[in-house]
Ligand binder design. Structure first.
Ligand SMILES: Cc1cc2nc3c(=O)[nH]c(=O)nc-3n(C[C@H](O)[C@H](O)[C@H](O)COP(=O)(O)O)c2cc1C
Length: 201
């Protein structure tokens, strides 16, 4: 039985393309493994709070004050979910050429020295391994080819964040040109669904 961690971060509710595709990915994965245990984190409905002056030490240093201890406990919980997962499905819309701040905030809590990465003489080392990650990227425009390619601060950034903690088996499913009208949107959905089905096969 596998464990699947599912993160959503779109603020667009039922209109969200990434949420639709994340749900499809979960359906495909659970069809393959009906006993899979699912853990859902909706980072838009229940945001992980931004690290603040009174909480940052809880994640980046020693947790001394009550506020720091609360941040540490949340970081522990999020890291435990990540460690337990065999597969992680991430819904990542492109917001302002990168990821929603809610998703970025989740990373602030799970990239923790001594827990998910360590420093060595050879540089930082990711401590998580053996996990598959599927990232659904929804974008208004086209970034995988053409003139806007250099403006994609979403996929390289996510690859770096995940790789930094040892998550290197990452598949990106891109739903692009969502803002180009209903036909383009439908085509993007169909193409991404076909990719997800192939991934599960
Ligand atoms: C705050 C915000 C910023 C956005 N910034 C970009 C952007 O920089 N580039 C882009 O192509 N689309 C941008 N979009 C459009 C979304 O990427 C697109 O609507 C996508 O479908 C959002 O994912 P969702 O449908 O899962 O919510 C933005 C949308 C929002 C709400």
């Amino acid at each position: 039985m596998s464990n699947i961690l599912v993160l959503n971060s779109s603020v667009s509710g039922e209109a969200s393309i990434s949420r639709l595709l994340v749900a499809d990915a979960v359906t495909e994965l659970t069809q393959r493994d009906p006993g899979a245990k699912l853990v859902f984190r909706d980072l838009a409905a229940n945001p992980v709070p931004h690290l603040m002056p009174d909480t940052v030490a809880g994640v980046r240093a020693q947790a001394a004050t009550p506020a720091e201890q609360v941040a540490r406990a949340l970081s522990d919980e999020l890291i435990a979910e990540l460690r337990a997962a065999d597969t992680i499905v991430i819904g990542a819309p492109m917001y302002n050429f990168s990821v929603p701040t809610t998703l970025r905030s989740w990373f602030d809590y799970v990239l923790r020295a001594g827990e998910t990465f360590s420093y060595s003489e050879a540089g930082p080392k990711g401590l998580l391994s053996g996990k598959k990650v599927i990232v659904v990227e929804s974008r208004g425009g086209l970034y995988s080819e053409g003139p806007a390619q250099a403006l994609d601060f979403q996929e390289p950034y996510l690859r770096q964040l995940l790789g930094f903690i040892g998550l290197t088996d990452v598949t990106f499913v891109r739903a692009e040109k969502i803002g180009y009208g209903p036909d383009a949107r439908d085509q993007a959905l169909a193409d991404s669904r076909a990719e997800l089905a192939k991934l599960a096969a």
